[in-house]
Design a protein around this ligand. Structure first.
Ligand SMILES: Nc1ncnc2c1ncn2[C@@H]1O[C@H](COP(=O)(O)OP(=O)(O)OP(=O)(O)O)[C@@H](O)[C@H]1O
Ligand SMILES: [Mg+2]
Length: 370
């Protein structure tokens, strides 16, 4: 997928941008607070219909002196070319594809991107819930019915917890388990399979970026280790008294996690901050490789503040890896570190361009020097 002809109005500190991004690598330099992340967020929201930062609310995205925002882009995907418009005003989203009003599901269909920022390093040490969310998002992009199953599971889990907490008749729980157990089993298996397939890709990228370091792999840590539904019913029956005492469901995919393993130890206990960032980066790029193979599409790659915390050697390896992906890329960097990226991206190639953002205004770098 390639983003062309981008038009932004009144999005956060960006009052107006009309931009023809390069089809290869777009590097955007700027000082703190000038709009680098905001610019990536416009692309992210156009593809995912979700703000990058906290929450789902679109209101904080409107420029604080205005009452609406608007993003429009031409997208080229394999042989298809279409225009997407996202407008937001007074609590209402206006979503259009080729001037036709569409629903959210249609709007984000076939829109794929990878967004990576230094904050992602947190995923290695954050609570399991953060990793579960990421894993579920990735699986959902590969199997669209997964989301509905998760929603149903959460609904049943809530009811099951209520039954346990309020001491409902055990027959009611047994009856609910007829739906709950197969779903818990299916989600567990799907996640475990996903992590198993991702792990060799992850280890390979990690080794490419940190060859001198210990080996890392991924492991799915499950609380429900069953092969079939009958074993599941039995398992939950055995745990019934314990779960009743605690008033909640203690086993199932809602308690699971995946772990970055280093020689049988959870690596979060010893990886440095930069190493965590590389591990998180490797996880995202392993998914990208996996995804491109399965879905046969090229997601847009967005890297926010890429140079933060990475030494020159690692950064060079990151760029060597990035160059193996034909995706369109958007990479932001602090003005002071721009030089570093100029060493790794060939700006003589027409497909790559260098830009500067200043107070929400974007200019091609050449024009600033003239
Ligand atoms: N709704 C809004 N209206 C106007 N300005 C906003 C709005 N939301 C955020 N901003 C401003 O946008 C700026 C932040 O932009 P952004 O996060 O893109 O900066 P950045 O260039 O990525 O900086 P850094 O290098 O620190 O990450 C801040 O000055 C913030 O006050
Ligand atoms: Mg930023």
């Amino acid at each position: 997928m390639v983003i062309k002809d981008l038009k932004i109005r009144n999005f956060r500190n960006i009052k107006r941008i009309d931009w023809q991004p390069a089809p290869g690598t777009n590097v955007i330099s700027g000082n703190n607070g000038e709009g680098k992340t905001n610019l990536l967020e416009t692309l992210y929201i156009l593809l995912n219909l979700k703000p990058l930062r906290m929450g789902k609310n679109f209101k904080p995205l409107i420029n604080n002196k205005e009452s609406s925002f608007f993003i429009r882009a031409q997208l080229i995907d394999a042989t298809e070319k279409y225009e997407k418009i996202l407008g937001y005003e007074e609590g209402n989203k206006k979503l259009q594809i080729d001037k036709q009003i569409v629903k959210a599901k249609e709007f984000i269909k076939n829109s794929y991107c990878i967004f990576f920022s230094p904050d992602e390093a947190g995923m290695v040490v954050d609570s399991p819930g953060v990793r579960r969310k990421l894993m579920d998002r990735f699986i959902f992009s590969l199997a669209s019915d997964y989301y509905e199953k998760l929603i149903l599971y959460k609904k049943l889990l809530k009811r099951r917890n209520l039954f346990l907490r309020d001491n409902y008749d055990s027959r009611l729980i047994k009856s609910l388990d007829k739906n709950f157990v197969p779903l818990a089993n299916e989600i567990t298996l799907k996640r475990a399979q996903f992590i198993k397939e991702l792990s060799p890709l992850f280890s390979k990228i990690w080794k490419q970026l940190k060859p001198e370091n210990i080996e890392l792999s991924l492991r799915y840590d499950k609380s429900l280790d069953i092969n079939n539904n009958d074993a599941g019913f039995k398992f939950y029956q055995q745990k019934y008294e314990q779960e009743k005492r605690m008033g909640r469901t203690n086993y199932g995919p809602h308690r699971d996690d995946f772990i970055f393993y280093a020689e049988n130890i959870d690596s979060k206990h010893f990886l440095s901050h930069g190493e965590r960032k590389i591990a998180a980066f490797s996880f995202n790029f392993a998914y990208l490789g996996f995804f491109s193979k399965v879905v046969k599409r090229l997601p847009v790659i967005m890297l926010d503040d890429i140079s933060a915390e990475l030494d020159r050697e690692t950064l060079e390896r990151v760029f060597n890896l990035l160059n193996t992906y034909d995706s369109q890329k958007f990479i932001t960097v602090l003005s002071g570190k721009k030089q570093l990226l100029e060493d790794f991206v060939d700006f003589k190639d027409e497909k790559n361009k260098l830009y500067h953002i200043d107070n929400g205004s974007l200019k091609e770098y050449e024009s600033i020097l003239q």
